[in-house]
Ligand binder design. Structure first.
Ligand SMILES: [Zn+2]
Length: 114
């Protein structure tokens, strides 16, 4: 489903996720101005429905990304089909197992508690 289709269907959150993915694709392709334009539209979506109880990003914790979703790791930029399951963050970012492991090694396992 495209961002426009999601927006028409009233799925604000999905529309914003799609816009964010498109913005990242634009950034990767060196089209930063278009990426910012897409993000402005995503922010406007949130403002146009002030009475809507559906918040754009209700989860503020990592969640397992929908396996059927066409998403890619925000860190290594590899698609989910290549790297396997992705964890989704609250603002449209995704991370793969390999990047999580690399991040843990950078942070030091157990550093900071947990
Ligand atoms: Zn990755």
């Amino acid at each position: 489903m495209s961002a426009q289709a999601a927006e028409r269907a009233g799925d604000l959150r999905l529309a914003q996720e799609q816009l964010e993915q498109a913005a990242r694709a634009c950034e990767a392709g060196g089209r930063g101005a278009r990426a910012e334009q897409l993000r402005r539209h995503a922010r406007r979506l949130a403002e146009t429905l002030p009475g809507d109880t559906r918040k754009p990003f209700p989860e503020r914790v990592p969640v397992l990304a929908d396996a059927g979703q066409a998403a890619w790791c925000s860190f290594c930029c590899r698609p989910g089909q290549e790297v396997g399951s992705l964890v989704a963050g609250p603002a449209g970012a995704y991370i793969c197992r390999g990047c999580v492991q690399r991040a843990l090694s950078l942070l030091g396992r157990g550093a900071g508690g947990g």
